[in-house]
Design a protein around this ligand. Structure first.
Ligand code: PMP
Length: 394
């Protein structure tokens, strides 16, 4: 059957890399490819208690439909605890519960984008966001980064050229894929530019609460007086991604647009997941849990960076993330990381080649390494294997 597909499907292609990365699921491969949290840190025993409690105390409501905006006690906890942790004063009326922040990204496309609209983003940017936006057929304008995140002079030039751009998409803290953080000065300037051009900022912040050292840099939303910032949050990296719970924090008018879109998409997020998350935070202390995660990830980051220093050839650069899940490796010009992955897989070690993080293509000489998901012995062995591949092929 030749289906008559929508035009958008021409823009959405399964990547070759995805096929290669399926191999990384084989048990003898040491994979630094995924963006997965450490499963041994999931609070399984606590969640057994919580799921029983939720079904026992409020089983009927937990298994029933609920409001599109989300379960009010959960929205309140998010406003009062999670948004406060990133410096934002919000009430539950500013919060819409989503199925992970990934749904917030898709909805952002639906709310803002028509074909050929301009999206401004970091270069490179989060692959899942690029794919979510691509369904709405925009054009991407990539802004180069340095160690302090998006280069603001470049952003300014892009805005002069594209004053009608629909939004600026940024991952300010411990960015996926580079691990870089946007400096405070640049956050202020980005907001000034957004105000000048009247362009919203989509602040996607799954990693902000996973800072290993140094002071928290206020979120862009916390500096926003005019309601230009639409903030995407998630419990995926600080709690459990399997619950599929994230949120959008924004001014009511624009949030209402997202609520309309959510009604059409799935009516609401899971009633039982929302109640479980809320009950967990009422009974246990999520901040303590986050501290445990940070401690483990910090050790893994330290170990990975130490091993890279020892095992990688000297002409290879890498970022030093102060939090989050990733470091970003830059190979000499002319080396294709996708080709290198094929060789690495033979030696049973995997990473994500960087090319797919650039929405307009190019830049094949990078790859992303995840340090959160592998135990320490595997980090040591995996980086040794990778070092050997690099030494032999570069
Ligand atoms: N944004 C970024 C930058 C991410 O890295 C991820 C997950 N890897 C997401 C959004 C989506 O996460 P979730 O839907 O699980 O909240």
């Amino acid at each position: 059957m030749e289906f008559r597909l929508s035009e958008r499907m021409n823009h959405l292609k399964a990547s070759e890399i995805r096929e290669l990365l399926k191999l990384t699921e084989e048990p003898d491969i040491i994979s630094f490819a995924g963006g997965l949290p450490a499963p041994e840190l999931f609070p399984i025993e606590e969640m057994k208690v919580i799921s029983h409690k939720v079904l026992n105390d409020e089983g009927k409501a937990a298994l029933q439909y609920g409001p599109t905006e989300g379960y009010t006690p959960l929205r309140k906890i998010i406003a009062e605890q999670r948004m406060k942790a990133v410096g934002v004063n919000a009430t539950y009326e500013n919060i819409l519960i989503t199925n992970g922040s990934q749904q917030g990204l898709d909805f952002t496309g639906r709310v803002f984008l028509d074909k050929d609209d301009i999206v401004i983003c970091e270069s490179p940017s989060y692959l899942g966001a690029i794919n979510a936006f691509k369904a709405y057929m925009p054009k991407f304008v990539e802004i180069p980064m340095d160690d302090n995140g998006m280069i603001i002079e470049e952003l300014e030039k892009a805005l002069e050229k594209h004053p009608n751009a629909k939004f600026i998409y940024t991952i300010p803290d411990f960015q996926n894929p580079t691990g870089k953080t946007l400096s405070f000065e640049r956050r202020v300037k980005m907001l000034e530019l957004a105000e000048k051009y009247n362009i919203p900022i989509i602040e996607d912040n799954p990693y902000g609460e996973l800072r290993f050292e140094g002071d928290m840099i206020p979120s862009i939303k916390s500096l926003d007086k005019k309601g230009l910032v639409i903030y995407l949050g998630t419990f995926s990296k600080t709690f459990c991604p399997g619950l599929r719970l994230g949120w959008i924090c924004a001014d009511k008018d624009i949030l209402n647009k997202y609520i309309i879109v959510k009604q059409g998409a799935d009516l609401q997020s899971s009633s039982i997941s929302q109640r479980e998350a809320a009950a967990f935070m009422q009974v246990y202390n999520l901040d303590e849990h986050i501290n445990k995660i940070k401690e483990v990830y910090r050790r893994r980051r330290d170990l990975m960076i130490d091993m890279i220093k020892k095992e990688f050839p000297e002409n290879i650069k890498y970022t030093y993330p102060n939090g989050g899940l990733f470091t970003w490796v830059t190979l000499p010009e002319g080396i294709d990381a996708a080709e290198l992955l094929k060789i690495a897989l033979r030696d049973k070690v995997a990473f994500v080649p960087g090319g797919s993080f650039f929405p307009n293509g190019g830049h094949p000489n990078h790859f992303r390494l995840n340090f959160s998901n592998m135990p320490e012995d595997k980090i040591i062995e995996g980086i040794k294997r990778l070092g050997k591949v690099l030494k032999e092929n570069i």
